[in-house]
Design a protein around this ligand. Sequence first.
Ligand SMILES: *Cc1c(COP(=O)(O)O)cnc(C)c1O
Length: 449
Amino acid sequence: MPLNNIKAIDPELYKLIRKEEKRQRDQLEMIPSENYASSAVLEALGTVLTNKYSEGYAGKRYYQGNDNIDKIEKLSVDRAKQLFNVPYANVQPHSGSPANSAVYFAILKPGDLMMGLKLSSGGHLTHGHTDVTLSGRFYKSIQYQVGEDGYLDYDEIEKLAMEHKPKIIVSGTTAYPRILDFKRFGNIADKAGAWHLADISHIAGLVAAGVHPSPVEYAHIVTLTTHKTMRGPRGAVILATDKGLAKDQELGVLIDKAIIPGTQGGPHNNTTAAIAICFKEAMSENFKDYSKQVVKNAVVLAEELKKFGFVLISNGTDNHLLLIDLNNKNIDGWCAAWALEYGGIVVNRNTVPFDKRSAFYPSGIRLGTPAITSRGMGESEMKTIAGWINEVINIAINHLSDDIQSDNKEKSRKARADFKKKIKTNKDIKRIADEVKIMCTEFPAPGLK
Ligand SMILES: *Cc1c(COP(=O)(O)O)cnc(C)c1O
């Protein structure tokens, strides 16, 4: 992108944007919730559509001058309905968390009981996690977990649902490597008389491409973010299904009202246009092939890492992500994630189910294939990457000191700072970062070409 105007007006910011571009170009982006939006999506985000206020919905705006915006929003809504095969879509949520808040605002009253997956089992904050979140503070919440084997235990979920009779059951995950049984979730919700919200934020692209089963037949409402496997702009969409409209004819009206005036003001029209583009892109054969490759790559990466003795939650993956439990390697997720970043491999540290460590220094790392697959990397690159990950972690392990795990906070903090410094300047880790960079040059990222 040219960015000549930014360069002229704000050289300081210009440099930072260019640096971030370089980072995204030269490193392996393996945080499973990230991706590379296409040049068309990026262009839409930078248009004058950002100038316009459009509170309301197509044909029912509060401000004048919205003829073009109406058509743009309608395109985006129609494509959402077509892509996911649903009768209703709202494309205005500013992101995934506001989308979920709006759904709760639409169908729950303060103090109603909700049920979602526990954060440490791979759930999301917005699924009722304690009173540090809006969902956990304004609603009562019970949470289900994964079993010892890392898989959801549907009998246990059903037992909990029948015992507590929540008003809503949320299915959906941020760190769960397996296929979700939406049919079973739907049956459980029906039996308990609950709403079923399927939050497919992470897997929306896989669902759109038919690579993960769709929840649409079994959920009343579906939420999704558009910037993860969907590969669009940062944003979110709320869908109501036929099943949802059969439960409450007014569901679409309730959701519309929950967005505005309920929880938001004007929509981000530049994002709405970019969502329309990403849905068009997602209807192509190309996107189906891409999504299949995302899963193939994750499976190969999982198998290769297992050969090096890495322990994977649920022993593998069916989707775009893996969760590594590092306990057998005696290194925590914080140390591993920093070492990998210096080696050019960007992942995030993550709690694992039943984690004995804290959320800030958890036992695991989470990594995924959506972004690197967007660059065109395939199975043979996954093998190379698994080798690098193993090498970096082994080097990191050799530089750990006992003080890192000390109960004395000051001691531990100092030891972590020392570790970071040593790893940052380690010449083998630098060599790996250079090798990563060379491979990245062979696979230019969309939007950065
Ligand atoms: C990412 C995610 C969200 C939140 O999306 P933001 O855009 O970060 O607010 C909600 N639910 C799930 C399951 C997610 O994966």
